[in-house]
Design a protein around this ligand. Structure first.
Ligand code: NAD
Length: 479
C-alpha cells in the first residue's frame, strides 16, 4: 500500500484529522494505496505556510527562482521512469505514453518557465512629456487545481509559471490521480525548494478544492477541469474579485475535407480520437467528413481502430489502457447506451472489455465509433471524455461550420484540407481557442492556450501565463 501525504511547509504529513481515502489502480480495479482526505484545516495550514514563504521567495531575483525550477526539471528527468510508472499505475494510461508525453512534458514545463522568467519583461509607453512603465509584481499566494487526465503534465503547467513569477502556491491535484504530485513533493524537497513555497494538499474537490478557492488569502485561482466545477469555482471566486483562469471541457470538431492528405488525416484521426483513451481535452470527438470521401474514410478508419490493442497499460503492445475510474467507466458506457437510444449505429467497439489475467476486473472500454447521429443529439453536444467518437458527413463549408460551432464548447478544432482558402476561412470562423490545420496536438509552449464559450476564460502558456500570475501596476512619470 502506497501512502500518499500532503506537502505543507516543506514537510510530508498526513491530513490533520488523519482521514484518508482509497487510491485505486484503474487497470485492475483494486486499491493500491491511500491519499489524505484533507479539509479546510489542512488548506489553512498550507496557506499559512505559503504566506510565510512569500516575502523571501518573491524577493529572490528571477534568475535565482529560475534556477530552482531548473533543478526540479533535472530531478524529474532523473526520476523519469519511476514517475512514468506511477502515472500509468494511477491513471490507467499506457506506460509508453506516460514516458513519451506526460513526464517529458512535466520536465519541459519547469524548464520552459524556469528559463522563460529570465526573459520576461514588462512594457513601457513613452509620451511627448513623460513615460509610463509597467511594474509586474507577483500576486501573493495562488491556488492551482488540476484534473486527472494528464496528471503531472497539467499540474506542473500551472505550478511552474506561478512559482517562476514569484508567487507561493497551494496546489491540489485530482484525488483520482494524486501519485505523481506526491512524488513531485519529494522532488521539491530534494531540490531544496524553500519550505512553504509550494504546498500540495490532497483531497476531494468539494472539500479541499473548495477550501482553496474560498480562502480569502488565495488571490488568484488557476483551474483546469470540468465546466461544471469551473462554474462552481467562478461563483465563489468572482464576488471575492480573485483573478481566475479556467481551462474547461471540450467537444472538439475534427473536420476532414475531401481534398485533404487522406493518409495523414486518417493516421492522425486515430490518435486525435483515442490517444489516452480519448481522455485529452483536445481530442477530436466529433469527426466531420466531407461527403465525397465519407465512405472511404469511414471504412479505413474503422478498420484501423479495430486493430488497436487494448490491454494492460504496463505492456508495450497496449495502444489503449484503462479509463481512469469506475465512475468514469460507467459514465462513458452510459453515453454509448444513449447513443444507441438516439439512433446511433456502432461501427466499432461499443462495449466494455475484460483483458485476460491481472487486468480482468479493470475499467477498459473498446475504442468506439458511432455514426448516424444528428449533429445536435446529446452524444454530439455533451462532453463524453472517453474512447468514443461520432462520424458525421457534410457537404459545404457553411454546413460544417454551423455543426462544428453548435455546441456550448469551444476549446480546439482540427481542419484537414489542402486548400489554403478553406483553411483560412475555417480558422477565421470556427469558434475555438485553438485551430490545428493538417496536424493535431502540435504544441509550442509559447502560444496562447485555452478555450472560448463554456471551454473557459483566460489563456495559459508563454507570456500569457506569466502575465496571469503577476499584477501589472502602471507608473507614470512626467518629465
Ligand atoms: P473535475 O472538474 O471533476 O475536477 C478537476 C479538479 O477540480 C480536481 O482536482 C477536483 O478535485 C477539483 N474540483 C472539483 N470540484 C471542485 C470545486 N467545487 N472547487 C474546487 N475544486 C474542485 O474534472 P476532472 O473530471 O478531473 O477532469 C476532466 C475534465 O477536465 C474534462 O471536462 C476535461 O475536458 C477537462 N480538461 C480541460 C483541459 C483544458 O485545458 N481545457 C485540460 C484537461 C482536462
Amino acid at each position: 500500500m502506497i501512502e500518499i501525504k500532503n506537502y505543507i511547509g516543506g514537510k510530508l504529513q498526513e491530513s490533520l484529522k488523519g482521514k484518508t481515502m482509497p487510491n485505486m489502480e484503474p487497470a485492475t480495479g483494486k486499491q493500491y494505496g491511500t491519499i489524505p482526505d484533507s479539509d479546510s484545516s489542512d488548506v489553512e495550514a498550507a496557506v499559512k505556510a505559503a504566506e510565510e514563504a512569500f516575502p523571501t521567495w518573491s524577493a529572490l531575483s528571477d534568475v535565482e527562482r529560475g534556477r530552482f525550477l531548473l533543478k526540479i526539471a533535472e530531478l524529474i528527468r532523473k526520476n523519469h521512469d519511476r514517475l512514468a510508472e506511477a502515472e500509468s499505475l494511477d491513471n490507467g494510461k499506457p506506460l509508453w505514453l506516460a514516458k513519451k508525453v506526460d513526464i517529458r512534458r512535466a520536465e519541459e514545463n519547469f524548464e520552459f518557465f524556469g528559463t522563460g522568467i529570465m526573459h520576461f519583461a514588462s512594457e513601457s509607453h513613452r509620451m511627448a512629456d513623460g513615460v509610463n512603465y509597467t511594474l509586474r509584481k507577483p500576486i501573493g499566494v495562488v491556488g492551482c487545481i488540476s484534473p486527472w487526465n494528464l496528471p503531472l503534465y497539467l499540474f506542473t503547467w500551472k505550478i511552474a509559471p506561478a512559482l517562476a513569477a514569484g508567487n507561493t502556491v497551494v496546489a491540489k491535484p485530482s484525488e483520482v490521480t494524486p501519485y505523481t504530485a506526491y512524488l513531485l513533493s519529494e522532488i521539491c524537497i530534494e531540490a531544496g525548494l524553500p519550505a512553504g513555497v509550494l504546498n500540495i494538499v490532497h483531497g476531494t474537490g468539494p472539500e479541499t478544492g473548495a477550501a482553496i478557492v474560498s480562502h480569502p488569502s488565495t488571490k488568484a485561482i488557476s483551474f483546469t477541469g470540468s465546466t461544471r466545477a469551473g462554474k462552481e469555482i467562478a461563483k465563489v471566486a468572482a464576488p471575492m474579485f480573485k483573478k481566475l483562469s479556467l481551462e474547461l471541457g471540450g467537444k472538439n470538431p475534427n473536420i476532414i475535407f475531401a481534398d485533404c492528405d487522406f493518409d495523414k488525416a486518417l493516421r492522425t484521426t486515430v490518435s486525435s480520437s483515442f490517444a489516452n483513451q480519448g481522455q485529452i481535452c483536445l481530442c477530436g470527438s466529433r469527426v466531420f467528413i466531407q461527403r465525397p470521401i465519407y465512405e472511404k474514410f469511414r471504412d479505413a478508419f474503422v478498420e484501423k481502430v479495430k486493430r488497436l490493442t487494448v490491454g494492460d497499460p504496463m505492456l508495450e503492445e497496449s495502444k489503449q489502457g484503462a479509463v481512469v475510474s469506475e465512475m468514469h467507466y460507467e459514465k462513458v458506457l452510459s453515453y454509448i447506451a444513449l447513443a444507441k437510444e438516439e439512433g446511433g449505429k456502432i461501427l466499432a467497439g461499443g462495449e466494455a472489455l475484460h483483458p485476460e489475467g491481472r487486468c480482468q476486473n479493470g475499467w477498459f472500454i473498446a475504442p468506439t465509433i458511432i455514426e448516424d447521429l444528428k449533429y445536435n443529439d446529446r452524444c454530439n453536444m455533451e462532453e463524453i471524455f472517453g474512447p468514443v467518437v461520432t462520424l458525421t458527413p457534410f457537404d459545404t463549408i457553411e454546413e460544417v461550420l454551423m455543426m462544428a460551432n453548435a455546441t456550448e464548447y469551444g476549446l480546439s478544432s482540427t481542419i484537414w484540407t489542402s486548400n489554403l482558402n478553406t483553411a483560412n476561412k475555417m480558422a477565421e470562423e470556427i469558434k475555438a481557442g485553438i485551430v490545428w490545420i493538417n496536424c493535431w496536438l502540435k504544441r509550442d509552449l509559447r502560444t496562447p492556450f485555452g478555450g472560448v464559450k463554456s471551454s473557459g476564460v483566460g489563456r495559459e502558456g508563454g507570456w500569457e501565463a506569466l502575465r496571469f500570475f503577476t499584477e501589472p501596476k502602471n507608473v507614470c512619470i512626467e518629465y
